[in-house]
Design a protein around this ligand. Structure first.
Ligand SMILES: [Zn+2]
Length: 120
């Protein structure tokens, strides 16, 4: 075997081992990918569980026990008193907002009830 043949043979061996290594790497990659997909699946399951838990939590808290400490808001420049949930009440600028602990305190101050109070 002359030098050239030996070189070529050596190169082929290198290439072959490269290919084998690449195949190994590919196998490892696809195994990693499978693991990642598994983990993704688990994450999705956890996400769904979390989402459902949050939904259940919202469902149970969306109708809370009536708060005992309610307050009523009115505007210094307005004529009506609102619940704190009323859009009109929410619209009152903090500067001109008057807060009452009870409805009657607001009535005594000269305010009339907004529709939001009649609905409650
Ligand atoms: Zn109102």
């Amino acid at each position: 075997m002359n030098q050239l043949e030996s070189n070529v043979l050596h190169s082929f061996k290198m290439v072959k081992s490269d290919i084998i290594m690449m195949q190994d790497t590919m196998t490892q990659l696809s195994q990693s990918q499978e693991r990642i997909m598994e983990m993704l699946g688990e994450l999705r399951a956890q996400e769904t569980a979390l989402y459902n838990a949050m939904k259940a939590h919202k469902l149970t808290t969306s109708h809370p026990v009536k708060r005992t400490r309610k307050s009523y808001v009115a505007s210094k420049t307005g004529k009506s008193v609102h619940t704190t949930n009323c859009p009109f009440g929410k619209n009152i600028k903090p500067k001109s907002k008057v807060v009452f602990a009870t409805k009657s305190k607001a009535f005594n101050a000269g305010y009339r009830a907004c529709d939001c109070l009649k609905r409650v």
